[in-house]
Design a protein around this ligand. Structure first.
Ligand code: HEC
Ligand code: HEC
Ligand code: HEC
Ligand code: HEC
Ligand code: HEC
Ligand code: HEC
Ligand code: HEC
Ligand code: HEC
Ligand code: HEC
Ligand code: HEC
Length: 321
């Protein structure tokens, strides 16, 4: 099968050998339009799209100038640079499927192309519309208006496409990419008690869909509790005697990302329980907080109310058995 890139493929190795030495200076350069006001860049891009002047030789045209960058060349290690993948940019408009029509960019390289990431003057929404033109499927059904979209996080803030190995799509490195921005979760997951996120046995996207969902906090399940039950099925009711906050919201007592308290509790019993339960009703309250007693030592309230998640015992109304 012949296509526009076969010419390039045969010379790939030679290029890499000759040109890796020059690569660094090329890479640190930024595009000349990066300093222009976003509005002007957008207007120029709109004009270019209206004129629709795509190159006749596709990637080969671009690579006349851009093959010096190893980063650019790594596109061909991934699906987007593979003309044999159905629907891949390489099978159609090639580089211009993402970077927009060439126009007169090749004359001095001054006319803007669409660029990606946070340093680009192209608004995140416009960048993302390029990716969404091919990826508007079930997984990204709720992208529009989700937390990341609203906060102008772009697809390219998380994903790299000029590579055969996108770190965010690898379970070994996903958490590191997410926690670049989410420093609170990074701190929590390293606390004494946490889900095994720091060991890469679990990743953020086990619980969240980073592309958005209709649920709060972009959870994959419709509610916090449904999320927890998906792995902790034994906590799902109905129980004979239920504990109201347990059936309503596991996060009323647990921080799913981790905590300094055992069992990822948001605070230590008895304080945890006293957020909702006044200490009236227990005769031994007088010494609360003083000498160790059944209320504050050992398992605290759970010394007696051990079945905090609910009880199936006929006389478990007070969650004691
Ligand atoms: C005649 C040479 C030439 C050709 C052909 C050319 N470019 Fe460029 N391009 C440049 C120069 C010069 C720059 C600005 C300096 C730089 O960033 O490398 C640039 C910048 C870019 C940038 C921004 C890079 C950055 O660091 O932000 C992108 C993206 C780009 N070109 C894509 C393309 C694509 C896609 C094609 C083919 C459709 C293409 N170019 C064809 C010369 C060229
Ligand atoms: C699937 C969309 C897509 C395709 C196809 C694509 N690019 Fe890119 N390009 C990007 C994104 C996104 C970035 C930002 C860096 C990254 O995410 O890897 C980028 C970055 C660049 C840069 C600046 C980065 C650097 O370090 O020099 C240049 C130049 C560039 N692309 C040129 C090209 C050329 C030439 C082709 C065709 C051979 C091409 N791109 C094909 C999406 C694409
Ligand atoms: C011209 C269509 C097209 C465009 C534009 C496009 N992609 Fe893709 N992308 C594909 C195809 C085809 C695949 C392979 C099949 C699949 O996974 O859907 C793919 C796969 C992916 C994957 C899975 C990676 C893998 O190795 O399987 C990611 C992530 C991705 N694209 C992100 C992006 C991002 C980010 C952009 C915008 C910078 C983008 N795509 C632009 C067509 C496109
Ligand atoms: C907050 C980080 C983040 C952002 C922003 C993001 N993604 Fe992803 N994406 C991921 C992670 C993590 C995975 C792998 C786990 C998964 O499939 O959910 C993934 C997987 C993918 C895949 C391959 C599997 C699938 O879901 O089909 C595609 C395609 C993709 N993303 C496209 C996009 C596009 C297009 C955008 C922008 C509209 C985007 N992503 C924005 C984190 C992100
Ligand atoms: C075991 C499931 C689970 C895992 C793994 C997980 N989260 Fe969460 N996350 C949740 C739940 C549940 C909520 C909602 C908490 C609430 O309602 O109080 C949440 C909320 C959030 C929020 C919203 C702010 C907040 O704390 O309410 C952010 C941001 C977030 N998670 C990011 C992450 C990141 C980043 C990772 C990976 C380091 C991650 N999460 C891993 C379950 C999880
Ligand atoms: C480029 C920075 C960046 C990266 C990378 C990133 N996020 Fe976010 N995320 C944000 C911003 C900004 C918001 C919106 C403001 C906020 O709520 O913190 C957000 C919001 C969220 C929320 C919703 C918070 C809420 O208020 O309910 C969740 C969940 C989340 N991110 C999960 C993830 C996961 C999972 C990953 C990795 C797959 C990830 N994020 C990667 C920047 C990022
Ligand atoms: C994707 C599966 C998964 C989901 C979803 C999940 N968990 Fe976990 N949970 C685990 C695993 C795995 C462990 C670790 C078990 C171990 O270390 O033996 C764990 C452990 C725990 C622990 C004990 C931690 C400790 O330090 O002893 C608590 C508490 C917990 N999870 C609560 C929750 C809550 C609350 C939710 C919902 C917000 C939830 N989990 C959602 C898989 C999950
Ligand atoms: C009223 C506070 C509270 C609520 C709400 C709560 N828990 Fe707990 N959870 C605790 C306490 C206290 C512990 C400490 C050990 C114990 O006594 O069971 C604990 C321990 C755990 C553990 C680790 C030990 C074990 O029993 O396996 C898991 C897993 C857990 N909870 C999951 C959940 C899930 C899932 C939900 C929601 C359905 C939930 N918890 C709701 C207070 C609560
Ligand atoms: C988020 C609020 C909240 C937290 C935190 C909480 N509870 Fe409760 N608890 C309730 C509610 C609401 C009820 C139901 C009260 C009723 O039906 O009168 C209840 C009922 C009980 C009952 C049964 C009492 C009865 O009359 O049925 C016991 C025992 C109990 N909780 C113990 C605990 C313990 C021990 C903790 C700490 C691990 C705790 N609770 C944390 C809200 C909470
Ligand atoms: C030494 C055992 C013991 C400890 C420790 C204990 N309780 Fe109790 N609790 C009981 C008994 C017995 C009852 C029923 C008799 C009564 O009302 O005094 C009870 C009743 C309750 C009730 C239902 C009656 C009411 O007062 O509304 C709640 C709620 C409760 N305890 C919460 C707690 C909390 C919260 C803690 C920790 C601060 C705690 N208990 C510690 C033994 C204990």
């Amino acid at each position: 099968m012949m296509n526009k890139t076969t010419g390039w493929f045969s010379t790939k190795l030679v290029n890499l050998l000759v040109l890796t030495t020059m690569a660094f200076c090329f890479n640190v350069m930024s595009a000349p339009w990066d300093d222009q006001p976003p509005k002007e860049v957008e207007a120029l891009l709109d004009k270019k799209f209206a004129e629709g002047k795509y190159s006749s030789k596709g990637a080969d045209t671009c690579l006349m100038c851009h093959r010096k960058s190893p980063k650019v060349m790594e596109l061909f290690d991934g699906v987007h640079g593979n003309a044999d993948v159905k629907g891949s940019p390489m099978a159609d408009l090639q580089c211009e499927a993402c970077h927009g029509p060439l126009g007169s960019h090749n004359r001095g390289g001054k006319e803007p192309m669409i660029t990606f990431g946070s340093n680009s003057p192209v608004p995140a929404e416009k960048q993302n519309s390029v990716c969404m033109s091919c990826h508007n499927d079930d997984e990204r059904m709720a992208w529009s208006g989700n937390h990341h979209d609203n906060a102008d996080v772009s697809c390219a803030n998380c994903h790299q496409v000029h590579t055969g190995h996108d770190p965010i799509a690898d379970r070994a490195t996903e958490v590191a990419v997410c926690t670049n921005c989410h420093t609170q979760q990074k701190a929590d997951m390293n606390k004494r008690s946490s889900h095994p996120l720091k060991w890469q046995q679990m990743v953020c996207s086990d619980c969240h869909n980073p592309h958005g969902t209709l649920a709060d906090a972009s959870l994959k399940q419709m509610s916090v509790n449904e999320n927890c039950y998906s792995c902790h099925a034994e906590k799902r009711g109905p129980k004979l005697w239920e504990h109201a906050p347990v059936t309503e919201d596991c996060a009323a007592c647990h921080n799913p990302h981790g905590s300094v308290n055992e069992a990822m509790l948001i605070s230590k019993p008895p304080m945890l329980c006293q957020q909702c339960h006044a200490s009236v009703g227990h005769t031994s309250n007088a010494v609360f907080g003083g000498n160790p007693n059944a209320f504050n030592a050992g398992q605290s309230c759970m010394n007696c109310h051990s079945q905090v998640h609910g009880s199936n015992h006929p006389s478990g109304k007070l969650l004691q058995r």
